[in-house]
Design a protein around this ligand. Structure first.
Ligand code: SF4
Length: 162
């Protein structure tokens, strides 16, 4: 996996003050995607064990509420293993901090369910320009859902984040 950018402090992508990582590579190519520079899987920097270490260090301070993983497409088959490795390492080190993940896949279509063990919230669905609504807090278009993953897994149905 490659990644495009790590933000040491992000107050726009999820609640509180967060660290965020934008992974590289997405095949959805939504019209007017906010982040077209992340489409190419081969651009950006290589994601390694050192990248995980650096992200964990940045997440250490008390004021950091959690980690946001965006893209690009973190759950694409070419990226999912890196995303899982990062999410697993994060949850082992910070069980009380949260992980938010943005994906163009629908929650029901996530193939590798291991990620559901570590994610607290998944914002799913592709950006649809005709449903764009600037009032939405955590997503760009009204088809996208902000899903409480742990409640959804427990109840075996989609429960939205409150
Ligand atoms: S899924 Fe996200 S990153 Fe991919 S094209 Fe759509 S808006 Fe852009």
């Amino acid at each position: 996996m490659h990644y495009n950018l790590i933000r040491k402090m992000d107050i726009a992508d999820g609640p509180g003050i967060r660290v965020s990582i934008f992974v590289q590579g997405c095949e959805f190519h939504c019209k007017n995607c906010f982040n077209k520079e992340t489409w190419n899987f081969d651009k950006g920097k290589e994601f390694t064990e050192d990248t995980i270490k650096r992200v964990l260090e940045l997440c250490e301070p008390k004021h950091i509420q959690g980690l946001s993983i965006l893209g690009g497409e973190p759950l694409h088959p070419r990226n999912i293993e890196g995303t899982i490795a990062l999410a697993k390492a994060f949850k082992e080190k910070f069980p009380k901090k949260d992980i938010w993940i943005w994906t163009g896949f629908l929650y029901e279509n996530i193939v590798n369910k291991e990620i559901l063990k570590y994610a607290d919230v998944i914002v799913d669905g592709q950006f649809k320009e005709e449903l764009h609504d600037f009032r939405l807090k955590w997503c760009g278009s009204s088809n996208q859902r902000v899903i409480d993953v742990q409640k959804s897994v427990k109840n075996n149905k989609i429960i939205l984040f409150d």
